[in-house]
Design a protein around this ligand. Structure first.
Ligand code: RIB
Length: 298
């Protein structure tokens, strides 16, 4: 089985701030770091470090070459990433507060230049039973998911950032990994309701999907088939929560694809994301599989 992560590649500009800047305020940052990021790139690295054979597809400008280097170093095959001459690489402006929290402003750049032609040419190399992993930071997502499904691929969706345009994709999705706010938006609720209620509503509407609902410090819940599994969060001193969700998604899917069983896969994912938040940056914070296993043993 091959895994194709078709998603964003971003240059993350991370500003260390005492508090998030508010309307009309001018605030001096204490430091600036530039990291590799993008939900797509982060999830490819997490999937690969967790032990899967991973191909990344997407687009960058000529200013984003170091993103490809980071993917390659993590063992990800980048042959389906296009380098566009006339477009800037996508980027994120991230404010990181002292307690590790963040807020993110995205500029799509090349991520929004994905075409049906690139999708067709990439998917020709994948077939029934292969896994497609997607987020919501690229153009032509609906065409991508529909085409992958026609080929018999499994589809995993991390609906971030959440938009109503994702609603029609849900019947095509096999694995849905989302947080409480995204779940509430899928159900057209004004705010998050009890997690168990949101899960049962999602499963009532889409009975064939396997769901992992992340709840921050309250852990996560897996619901698939007849199984409902609750995983506690592993409490650590957070330095930077950027890419914690991406790390969780990659390690969970890798555990499930490798046949570890949902309880073990959820634990694997919780441990990997706990390690990630103790480090600065998105992609550079994602741990290796062996490190996660040692962390769990200890
Ligand atoms: O999930 C974290 C990621 O979101 C960052 O790396 C940033 O680039 C945005 O895509």
């Amino acid at each position: 089985m091959k895994t194709l992560c078709f998603g964003s590649l971003n240059i993350d500009n991370v500003y260390h701030v005492s508090h998030f800047v508010s309307r009309g305020e001018t605030l001096a940052a204490n430091a600036l770091n530039i990291f590799s990021g993008g939900k797509g790139l982060n999830q490819s690295i997490a999937l690969s470090r967790a032990g899967l054979e991973v191909y990344h597809a997407g687009a960058i400008g000529s200013d984003g070459q170091f993103l490809l280097d980071e993917l390659k170093q993590a063992g990800v095959d980048t042959r389906y990433v296009r380098i566009l001459d006339d477009t800037r690489t996508g980027h994120a402006i991230i404010q990181k507060s002292e307690d590790g929290d963040n807020c993110i402003l995205l500029f799509g750049g090349a991520n929004q230049k994905i075409t049906p032609d690139q999708i067709d040419q990439t998917l020709e190399n994948f077939s029934e039973g292969d896994l497609l992993v997607v987020q919501n930071e690229i153009s032509e997502l609906g065409y991508l998911v529909g085409s992958a499904k026609k080929r018999g691929m499994l589809v995993a969706l991390n609906p971030s950032p959440m938009e109503d345009s994702l609603l029609p994709l849900l019947p095509l999705v096999d694995y849905l990994i989302l947080n409480e706010i995204e779940a509430a938006q899928f159900l057209q609720l004004d705010q998050a309701a009890y997690p168990e209620f949101m899960l049962s509503e999602l499963l009532r509407q889409f009975p064939n999907v396997t769901i992992a609902l992340t709840l921050g410090k309250d852990g996560s819940i897996y619901a698939g088939g007849s199984q409902l599994i609750r995983q506690n969060a592993i409490i650590v001193q957070a330095v930077d929560t950027t890419a914690a969700g991406d790390t969780f998604t990659g390690f969970l899917l890798a555990g499930l694809m490798k046949g570890d069983g949902p309880a073990a896969a959820m634990k694997f994912a919780a441990a990997a994301s706990a390690i990630a938040v103790t480090r600065l940056g998105a992609a550079p914070s994602i741990p290796m599989r062996d490190e996660v296993l040692r962390f769990l043993e200890s």
